[in-house]
Design a protein around this ligand. Structure first.
Ligand code: ZN
Length: 297
């Protein structure tokens, strides 16, 4: 399933180039089956993805809406107003996690993942025009695979870590580089935590839809020019390793998001460096997950 949060907010799913509101689609499926209506679809994505019964109901709603005769339940995706797919509980970022990006950034080989936090107040939805604070002169892009936790994880082994994943999303880990590199001590969470610095979406592609996240292409275009192109096979600490590591120190709750790091090609390490400016358009794609687009205001 490709689950979305539509302006309302109401929960929905993507079928091809259409979008379906889950609640009316489930009601229609129940009516067609002669069942008593049972409205179990919540308005909140975290409530949906953390409950097996509601996920089954969502799947049933989308399957019913996908039938040719049920076109009335579908609306054009291009006209839908999508919000960020979820309000994360916490967003855990991972620095320098692709080999080629670690190389362009320089520094020692990491023995463990470099973790920082992005506040949930930095999240904005697909299509957002992000306002960079006037005082920030070195705003930069970072396409990332976002891992959405669906089941509580505490002290989990790597071998079962992926059982705790509800799905995946795309995010831009926007970073004010002056607070990482031009200050005596890096202020990573602050650099990456400003308002609007976490565009996310367009959907949560469920784990069954994506498969195992070992070899997903990941790309970013700035104003139509490809600036990043990597693959999750080059993650230094892969998704399961990150979940196992993090869960030894903090409980991962449904709705938490792990921003797994970005491949080479960010603006700061270019020669000359290149930073985001008003009017820039970003397109970010993770294979089998989706395409996130946003702009800079
Ligand atoms: Zn990042």
């Amino acid at each position: 399933m490709r689950l979305v949060t539509l302006d309302g907010p109401v929960l929905g799913g993507i079928i091809g180039d259409s979008v379906v509101a889950l609640r009316p689609a489930l009601a229609a499926a129940q009516r067609a089956a002669g069942e008593a209506p049972a409205d179990i679809i919540p308005d909140d994505m975290v409530a949906l993805i953390s409950n097996e019964a509601t996920m089954v109901a969502a799947g049933r709603a989308l399957a019913f809406a996908a039938r040719a005769e049920n076109a009335a339940l579908r609306a054009p995706l291009s006209e839908a107003r999508l919000l960020a797919p979820l309000k994360p509980g916490k967003i855990l970022g991972v620095g320098r996690n692709y080999g080629d990006h670690a190389k362009e950034a320089g520094g020692p080989k990491l023995e463990m993942p470099k973790i920082f936090l992005k506040p949930t107040s930095s999240v904005v939805g697909p299509g957002a025009a992000v306002h960079i604070p006037a005082a920030v002169k070195k705003a930069d892009w970072e396409v990332e695979l976002g891992v959405v936790i669906g089941r509580r994880a505490r002290n989990v082994a790597e071998g079962v870590a992926l059982d705790h994943v509800a799905g995946y999303t795309v995010l831009d880990d926007i970073s004010a580089r002056e607070f990482q590199f031009d200050v005596p001590l890096p202020m990573t969470s602050f650099a990456k935590g400003m308002d609007g610095f976490c565009p996310m979406g367009p959907c949560i592609a469920t784990a069954d839809e994506v498969g195992e996240p070992w070899a997903l292409d990941i790309r970013c275009w700035l104003n139509g020019e490809e600036v990043q192109h990597g693959n999750t096979r080059d993650l230094i600490f892969p998704v399961a390793t990150l979940i196992a590591f993090l869960s030894r120190y903090m409980t991962l709750e449904p709705g938490d998001v792990i921003a797994t790091g970005t491949p080479a090609g960010v603006g700061h390490f270019r020669d000359p460096p290149r930073y985001l400016k008003p009017g820039d358009r970003l397109r970010m794609e993770v294979e089998r997950v989706g395409v996130l687009e946003h702009s800079i205001a």
